[in-house]
Design a protein around this ligand. Sequence first.
Ligand code: FVT
Ligand code: MG
Length: 328
Amino acid sequence: MLPTHRPRRNRKSQVIRDMIQETRLTAHDFIYPVFVVEGQNQRLEVKSMPGVYRYSADRIIDEIGSAVALGINAFAPFPGLSDAVKDPLARESTNLDGLYLKTVADIKRQFPDVVIMTDVAMDPYSSDGHDGVVNAETGEILNDASLEILGQMALAQARAGADIIGPSDMMDGRVAWIREVLDSNAFSHVSIMSYTAKYASAFYGPFRDALDSAPKKGDKKSYQMNPANRLEALRELALDEAEGADMVMIKPALSYLDIIREVKNHTNLPVTAYNVSGEYALIKAAAQNGWVDGEKTMMEVLMSIKRAGADAILTYFAKEAAEVLRWG
Ligand SMILES: NCC(=O)CCC(=O)O
Ligand SMILES: [Mg+2]
């Protein structure tokens, strides 16, 4: 018997393939994470992330401008601070004259229409390198003591002009806490994109190199999720929805495509995914060796994250992918 049903008919020409393509990427899908460091006129390549740079505040404006020219309108700045300003309570995180918040305000002044998502977690400012407060004797990460600090951090970011607050710390109850702090200070229009399911992943390595933000002691497994767990992501989702998150995020993306799909199937909120530093580095390394076609691999990976259910993708590939989308 010859086949009656021939799916290949739907693949017989480029026009037909384009006509019925289910998933499409656009530059609007991307949120571009950018690293800002102290100093002037600095543009320092991250060794483990070829093509990704740490910019001083004056130089980051050009980088944002070149991304905007490619149709990228959402940015997630992360600060790399010197040890001199770090302390156990992350006090620098509310400093409106400090590197991070001044840069955020400056970007918003120069580009009023772009969306800035700021990062809420203690690690960039903490002498312990943890996302929450560390009990000096036991090494325990103190959930409720951290909430107060995270709330004040979010409030300062809103004052600096953040459009979206992105709590990446994984403390319990922080979405409700931050929502309450924002609302009671006339920032009810500021959104929260919760890092809902952030896994304790080895794929964050290059990011921690870039910002020198690795924990001084211990690991993050008492707050970030166990990569073996799927249902736990749905419990975190239910809590973030109840606490008032506007958008939810899965991080990392590639080893967690199943989680992205699962979360997408269980929520009506927009779902985002963070294509993290290690995922970027793997592709770049293989491409530099000539082992994969870097551009095609990048586009396939980003497409897979969107197909899995992500409405938007945080990715270091944002500019490169936007160029491919624009020029082919
Ligand atoms: N809060 C940001 C991270 O923990 C890491 C992101 C990355 O590896 O790209
Ligand atoms: Mg949670």
